[in-house]
Design a protein around this ligand. Structure first.
Ligand SMILES: O=P(O)(O)OC[C@H]1O[C@@H](O)[C@H](O)[C@@H](O)[C@@H]1O
Length: 783
């Protein structure tokens, strides 16, 4: 691997051949929000710091999807307005920086090829030298700030086209979080990076690491070890709170946010990084690999509390998403608020809860870590305060109240801290109160320099090769491992709706009792909104003794899609494949629509999925009365199931040959002995699959049979999976929607037991589970 600039001997200023050092910087996503707000400022900062007339030069390439004209115009506006200068020296540098920056459209492979050529030509023409660029290109930085879904493709393109040609030039590739959507996709992404780039070339950036207070956590701990060393542990610390509250909503980022949610967006990354810095073992070694090892060791000891995780969604979220998705049925379970508790299983921390909380559209912006110490003080002297007082250290990272940001606050009853390099003791109004703590009873420390942004700090750190300020891939995977427990459990739940802003914030008050987080205010009954009035209905907790999911049609569809996802992930992890059997009719169409919409499409297992038919009408698959036709139209042609994994029951003819049942059964047997997930419906007469009332039981050895529908049904001749085979499934979902199903739901909710007249009652998986998804109209009859 090539040395970083910081590791090289810069005293010479020129390469051994006596040529100028030249660095090419390519920013992909150059006119995006992040680039506008922070990245160009950070790059300008780096330029000012390292540009040396006649010794070290830079060329910047801003790239994006915009057309050349539009991109150029936007970029020049960004550079003009977002790089403020207050003195002539800065203005001079700014005009050099602007001259050294150009825009390129970067979408297709051809665009990458063109850019690569341009970089080459420019590098040569800048110096008017002949020969290959490698003789004088010192290094190349490619900064990727795009939608994470594009990362994989971009990595390939960079590898194939944007590497400096052979020679000594170093390469640095920077990526913005989030890195992956879950453990599996993070593994995939990091594997992909590893294939094309060496670990030393890749920088995964989490901007929280560059925040002044976050950077000061370890120095603070080390510097005050004499004071705190012996109390930084379970004997003295009651709990640690890590909180990131924000006032902003996600209206402007709906495309990114839905399906991501607060846990993936900030908790798995920002809050976890901070937790590691608070809890990891410190050492005197300055070695980067030693620091990364200790981070990894800590992450491997972090455990999510089982069943931990409260989630919420601000009330207007769904309608904001709706207006974006242009879909009036849109419902989302994406949490915009979450609270979880974690433990660190090691001798220092065993038993100390780490409570992590984050939310959008809250009453204020406030980001902090609060270490609350145990206090067994008991004193009874007149006017004596300190011994009852709360003893705490607050690392106040930032917030809307600038009286406090950023700052480290230490209770006076805990001793006077040493400020450390670049920090000083502050004088805050002693009347001010932060998190219930009166400032008069604390020492406060503030950074001397409050001007540089965390991006500038991190871009500089990347330039210097300070890898410990970036996410290490092993740590990334260890962190995802921890968060998967939480994600799997919360993704199946409906978030508590909160108003947002200052309104009814008490709705999110939390208590921590017996290792469990709970909302203070209980939600015994759900408020279901009907037109413009709110009625309160009692929602049964189960249906015929089985799990019940209810709500609006959108609600149950989102939940069902999540459940399919959870089972697919499990099946693929265990067996490498997922067998999904689906019914026809109109009801499932809403599910297919959701699973192919931007909000619900995340399903990386289609390539490992086999799709089977629960039943079919004896009609050609291209006829619109066939179940397969609807499935193909609404789902299959939009997703990536390999065609050899798609199993229609009736093949290319209008009839069901006599042996069609046997043929389908043997196709199933050649691949699997059961389904992982079966999606069923219920007819208003109680039929399910193509098992109709009054017909004989199909509880035989057969897996597929010919059946005949009752009068009034379209295409009376059918094929159907039998109850024997359905009951072998791991999971059965029964989806019931609409007012026309209310009567049958009422009957089934009563005490009907006649399995001949109500075939749906024959479905009861032997070793699997069954869940009923019944929407409000079917459950309450639209009243
Ligand atoms: O506290 P800061 O620096 O504003 O960062 C918070 C932001 O961090 C980003 O990483 C998240 O994607 C945003 O949702 C969040 O608002």
């Amino acid at each position: 691997s090539c040395p970083s600039p910081g590791e090289q001997d810069s005293s010479e200023g020129r390469t051994p051949q006596g040529k100028l050092k030249h660095i090419n910087v390519i920013l992909i996503g150059a006119t995006g929000d992040l680039a506008q707000k922070y990245l160009w400022t950070g790059l300008f900062h780096m330029f000012r710091h390292h540009y040396r007339e006649g010794e070290q030069h830079f060329q910047f390439y801003g790239c994006g999807r915009k057309t050349a004209d539009l991109g150029r115009q936007l970029l020049s506006e960004i550079l003009l307005y977002r790089l403020p200068c207050s003195d002539d020296k800065c203005r001079q540098m700014k005009s050099r920086f602007v001259q050294a920056t150009q825009y390129h459209t970067l979408v297709t492979r051809k665009d990458y090829e063109k850019l690569a050529r341009k970089v080459s030509e420019n590098t040569q023409s800048i110096y008017g030298l002949q020969g290959t660029e490698s003789t004088y290109e010192e290094g190349r930085i490619v900064y990727v700030s795009t939608a994470p879904s594009a990362y994989s493709k971009i990595i390939t393109m960079i590898h194939e086209h944007l590497r400096p040609k052979l020679g000594k030039a170093w390469m640095k590739l920077v990526f913005e979080k989030p890195f992956g959507h879950d453990l599996e996709s993070a593994v995939e992404l990091t594997e992909k990076m590893k294939r094309d780039f060496s670990e030393t070339e890749v920088y995964l950036l989490d901007h929280y690491i560059g925040k002044p207070v976050v950077q000061q956590i370890i120095p603070f701990r080390k510097l005050n070890q004499g004071l705190y060393g012996d109390i930084w542990n379970r004997d003295h610390i009651e709990r640690v709170e890590i909180v990131l509250k924000e006032e902003i909503d996600v209206k402007d980022r709906t495309n990114f946010y839905d399906g991501v949610g607060v846990i993936r967006d900030v908790m798995q990354s920002h809050l976890m990084e901070v937790l590691v810095l608070v809890a990891m073992e410190t050492s005197d070694s300055a070695s980067i690999s030693d620091t990364l090892d200790r981070k990894l060791e800590l992450l491997q000891q972090v455990q999510m509390d089982t069943g931990s995780g409260l989630i919420g969604q601000y009330r207007s979220y769904a309608s904001e998403q709706k207006s974006n998705a242009n879909n009036t049925d849109f419902v989302s379970l994406t949490p915009t608020f979450a609270a979880v508790s974690l433990h660190v299983d090691n001798p220092r921390w065993r038993g100390v809860p780490f409570l992590l909380v984050s939310g959008k559209k809250m009453d204020e912006k406030s980001v902090y870590i609060r270490i609350i110490f145990k206090n067994s003080g008991f004193c009874f002297r007149k006017n004596h305060k300190t011994c009852h007082e709360r003893k705490q250290i607050i690392f106040y990272i930032g917030g809307s109240d600038n009286r406090f940001s950023p700052m480290i606050v230490v209770s006076k009853s805990l001793l006077k801290p040493k400020p450390g390099l670049g920090w000083r003791l502050a004088e805050v109004n002693s009347e001010d109160v932060l998190l219930g703590q009166s400032m008069g009873d604390t020492y406060q420390m503030v950074p001397e320099d409050t001007t540089s942004s965390s991006y500038s700090t991190l871009i500089e750190a990347m330039y210097d090769g300070q890898k410990h300020m970036f996410i290490d891939t092993k740590c990334l995977l260890a962190s995802w491992r921890v968060w998967m427990t939480c994600l799997t459990s919360v993704e199946n739940r409906k978030p508590r709706v909160y108003e947002g802003g200052d309104n009814q914030m008490e709705w999110l008050d939390i208590t921590y009792v017996g290792d469990k987080l709970e909302y203070v205010h209980k939600e015994d009954q759900l408020d279901v909104e009907v037109a413009d009035e709110t009625v309160t209905r009692h929602i049964p907790g189960a249906f015929r003794g089985e799990r019940l999911v209810t709500g609006s049609t959108g609600d149950i569809i989102v939940q069902l899609a999540n459940d399919v996802r959870v089972q697919a992930e499990r099946a693929v992890r265990q067996n490498g494949v997922f067998h999904l059997a689906v019914s026809g009719g109109n009801t499932p169409v809403a599910l297919w629509r959701h699973m192919t919409s931007p909000a619900g499409h995340y399903f990386p297992w289609w390539g490992n999925t086999h799709v089977w038919m629960v039943d079919e009408r004896c009609a050609s698959p291209s006829s619109n009365i066939s179940n397969f036709y609807a499935l193909d139209t609404h789902l299959l042609r939009h997703i990536g199931v390999p065609h050899w994994n798609i199993h229609p029951m009736v093949m290319g003819s209008d009839s069901c040959p006599d042996d069609a049942d046997i043929a389908y059964e043997s196709t199933i047997r050649s691949v699997t002995d059961k389904m992982d997930f079966v999606l069923l419906g219920v007819g208003s007469d109680g039929h399910t699959a193509s098992l109709f009332p009054g017909a004989e039981s199909t509880d035989s050895n057969k897996w597929v049979v010919h059946t005949v529908a009752g009068p009034g049904h379209v295409s009376r001749r059918r094929l159907s999976m039998t109850e024997t085979f359905l009951n072998a499934a791991s999971h059965v979902a029964v989806l019931v929607s609409g007012v026309t199903k209310h009567d049958i739901v009422k009957k089934l909710a009563g005490d009907v037991t006649d399995k001949v007249m109500y075939p749906i009652l024959r479905v009861k998986p032997h070793n699997g589970t069954i869940t009923w998804y019944i929407d409000d109209d079917a459950l309450f009859g639209g009243t």
